[in-house]
Ligand binder design. Structure first.
Ligand SMILES: *Cc1c(COP(=O)(O)O)cnc(C)c1O
Length: 359
């Protein structure tokens, strides 16, 4: 499909851009351009891919997304490599997961090659927005929503795919400091048969009240338990979890449909196995977590996702009070894995599995 390129009338001057990306924070500033691709079921599907100046999107007030939340997104990062080029980490996995989310939300799939091409196009014009600070990256946010003006309830016939980019530093202030986790008892994130495995905004909307509850209780993040027995650990609002034991076993909750299949999760499973650890995808309960942490055979817990990469869990506030993990600091495996993964992503460590796509 031919991309149309509408030149930006007034891109941000280089000096202003350099200032903006010196300390970008997370998701607060945006690049000059965006990609828009429209879909119309009655006009042959996807059409008119356009690279253009970033601007507000005009929407009919009856657009289905505003009423029934037919929406999905992805999150990925382009990293600056030592040779000056930019590299994406396993972007074909994001393309594939985007379509898995689309199927669950009754939305049209976007050809994987078109998804990847949209990223190449945007980065080709906005690559200079990538911060060169440590932990910096160009965060890419592809998303799709139902734009058809129609208030009946059925899958929409018109959609927009949009790609924007945001220069980012570390996700959490203070870098990879251990986080304190709140165990949500009053709320769940996803039920069997629901949308937990789809990257859709509604899952995040539902996580905001429990997240606020966690913050009111002095925690940084919330861990959700399964919706049926309220017993099994699932994941954080936007990160998957790994539990590391002193005998070299590592447990991560299995992908049973209520957990988002993280690409960082999948990569860590492989890296941990390469380190000779015995990784098991199996259910792990909140009571066992507390008991193992108190006994001392559970030595580390890490949270992982594209935004914060690998983050140590330092302590947990659960129904039976607070407990800490290991010394409450960053464990050895967590540290090693983070260095290795970030190293591969940034081109500092050999990419044995061919995970990096150079742009
Ligand atoms: C995106 C996301 C993750 C992490 O996925 P990555 O592919 O590793 O970035 C984990 N949990 C939820 C709920 C998510 O939305």
């Amino acid at each position: 499909m031919d991309f149309k390129h509408l030149p930006h009338p007034a891109p941000v001057p280089g000096e202003t851009r350099q200032q903006a990306i010196a300390d970008p924070g997370f998701g607060k500033i945006f690049t000059d351009h965006m990609v828009v691709i429209d879909y119309d079921a009655d006009q042959g599907g996807w059409h008119s891919p356009t690279l253009q100046a970033r601007e507000p999107i005009a929407l009919d007030p009856a657009a289905a997304v505003l009423h029934y939340a037919q929406e999905i997104f992805e999150g990925m990062k382009a990293y600056r490599h030592p040779d000056g080029s930019l590299g994406l980490f396993r972007p074909e996995q994001n393309a594939r997961r985007f379509n898995a989310s689309a199927r669950r939300m009754a939305m049209p799939e976007l050809p994987e090659e078109l998804f990847l091409e949209s990223i190449r196009r945007l980065v080709s014009v906005d690559g200079d927005w990538t911060p060169s600070i440590e932990g910096g990256a160009l965060y890419l946010r592809p998303f799709m929503f139902a734009s058809e003006a129609f208030l009946g309830v059925r899958p929409a016939r018109q959609y927009k795919y949009v790609l924007i980019a945001s220069p980012v530093g570390g996700y959490f202030k203070g870098g990879a400091k251990p986080v304190k986790i709140w165990v949500s008892r009053n709320y769940t994130r996803a039920a069997p048969g629901g949308t937990g495995a789809a990257k859709t905004g509604g899952n995040y909307a539902a996580s905001l009240v429990p997240q606020m509850e966690g913050i009111e209780n002095g925690c940084d993040q919330v861990v959700f338990l399964d919706a049926v027995e309220k017993k099994w650990i699932e994941e954080l609002g936007g990160m998957n979890l790994f539990f590391v034991f002193d005998d070299g076993t590592v447990i991560t909750p299995p992908l049973t449909g209520t957990i988002l299949p993280g690409i960082t999760r999948d990569s860590l499973i492989q890296l941990l196995r390469e380190e000779g650890l015995n990784v098991r995808e199996e259910p792990y309960s909140i009571d066992q977590w507390r008991a193992d942490a108190m006994k001392g055979n559970l030595v580390e817990t890490m949270a992982c996702g594209t935004a914060a990469v690998v983050t140590p869990v330092g302590s947990v506030v659960g129904p039976d009070g607070e407990f800490s993990i290991g010394s409450g600091g960053t464990g050895q495996i967590t540290h090693k894995l983070r260095e290795k993964l970030v190293g591969i992503q940034t081109g500092a460590v050999a990419d044995a599995s061919d995970w990096v796509m150079k742009l």
